[in-house]
Design a protein around this ligand. Structure first.
Ligand code: NAP
Ligand code: FE
Length: 367
């Protein structure tokens, strides 16, 4: 029997100039907005100009919080929420990569609920968050269509996600022009994050026929961009494909969540500053190898969608994207593996996942 469950309530508006062409969508959400972004990319990408144009045209008052850090911390979102509580906007417009989008989700939830940022992880939210418009300027996290937000938690020395069905953005504007300014290295890092969502989603215990369909199409789109990623030559057409692959990845993990690859990747980012997508990419060869012993047919499917003959070719591709590797000490390997073991990502992964399995994946990938 097929299992074909699907729920994704975000309205996706895709295409060039869609922000300016859909001014009414902004008006429909209220009379005042808070724009949340990082320092530079909102302006650099052209998205902020379009949003400001529409807000002024529609007489929507707005202010701009432009201090979201990469891999936002609890302090960062708490400060943002304090600001939002004073301003009392009708809704939030998040512009940027996954960091501003996730921070905006946390701010939206903290503004309407009297809880601390740490309480977000308890998952109890008496009130709905402020509505959110999400405008991605990277093609990786798919956060514009997920009900998740990932934050850095210093006390736990890692990153952790929280989620709620009420966290889906109301609207996602997908305009590939906003990712044209993305530097080459971040383009590759984020594209591989999208690939990891698609691949991990395809292997999780929660995968269903609907998520499989999304994952397959997204992996095929990524495959069409491999040459461009190798040559670091990104036309608008390629940017658009990566943007849609990323959104498909987001829709996939909305249904499946991610696997232990993400759980092992978080400490690599926290302790070694490895960008999120890259952290996943360097672990994925070993992940596929492990999965081949559990569900070889699915591994073969992924490789064939990618146009790769075997896992060695997959590893070679990741080595080409990420030639510089750090080395982990034995102590780090056991600490990171033990830390990941308690996450839902691990219980969601197929196979018998133990600390020694996770340690092996880290050891083979990073020593
Ligand atoms: P990011 O951390 O949002 O941004 C990385 C860098 O790229 C920043 O310096 C940013 O500049 C710059 N940038 C973004 N767009 C640009 C553009 N168009 N032109 C030039 N520079 C640009 O990167 P990300 O990989 O998209 O997001 C990573 C975060 O998302 C992590 O915290 C990760 O854990 C999370 N994540 C969330 C989900 C989810 O479902 N919610 C899934 C996977 C990952 P500015 O600082 O100026 O903006
Ligand atoms: Fe991710």
């Amino acid at each position: 029997m097929l299992n074909f469950n699907f729920f994704m309530p975000t309205k996706i508006i895709h295409g060039k100039d869609t922000v300016r062409e859909n001014a009414q969508q902004f008006k429909d959400l209220g009379k005042s907005a808070l724009i949340v972004s990082g320092k530079h990319s909102a302006r650099l990408s052209g998205a902020l100009d379009d949003v400001e144009y529409v807000l002024k045209q529609q007489n929507i008052t707005f202010s701009h919080l432009d201090n979201v850090e990469n891999n936002p911390s609890l302090e960062n979102v708490t400060a943002g929420a304090n600001h939002a509580k004073e301003l009392k906007p009708d809704y939030i417009i998040a512009i940027g990569g996954g960091s501003p989008l996730d921070a905006a989700k946390a701010i939206a939830m903290l503004t309407t609920n009297n809880i601390s940022a740490l309480d977000l992880f308890k998952g109890i939210f008496p009130n709905k968050p402020l509505p959110l418009i999400a405008i991605p300027t990277t093609s990786g996290t798919g956060s514009e269509v997920t009900p998740y937000s990932v934050l850095t938690v210093p006390d736990k020395q890692t990153k952790q996600g929280f989620g709620s069905p009420s966290l889906f953005p109301a609207i996602a504007f997908l305009d590939c022009r906003y990712s044209m300014s993305l530097p080459e290295a971040i383009t590759i890092d984020t594209a591989v994050d999208a690939l990891s969502h698609l691949v991990e989603g395809y292997f999780t215990k929660r995968a269903n026929s609907a998520s499989d369909m999304l994952a397959e199409r997204g992996i095929c789109l990524f495959a069409e961009c491999i040459q461009a990623l190798r040559e670091k030559d990104f036309s608008e057409e390629m940017r658009d494909k990566l943007l849609i692959a990323s959104a498909l990845g987001g829709m996939t993990i909305t249904h499946t969540a991610t696997s232990f690859v993400h759980a092992l990747g978080y400490p690599l980012t926290y302790f070694h500053g490895i960008p999120h997508g890259q952290a996943n990419g360097i672990l994925m060869g070993e992940y596929l190898l492990l999965n081949a012993s559990i569900d070889n047919l699915r591994v073969k499917n992924v490789l064939s969608w990618l146009g790769l003959a075997d896992i060695d070719q997959f590893r070679a591709l990741m080595n080409e994207f990420f030639p510089d590797r750090i080395k982990l000490s034995p102590g780090e390997i056991s600490r990171f593996a033990e830390g990941a073991m308690s996450t839902r990502n691990v219980s969601n992964s197929i196979g018998e996942i133990t600390v020694s399995v996770l340690s092996e994946v880290l050891r083979k990938s990073l020593t």
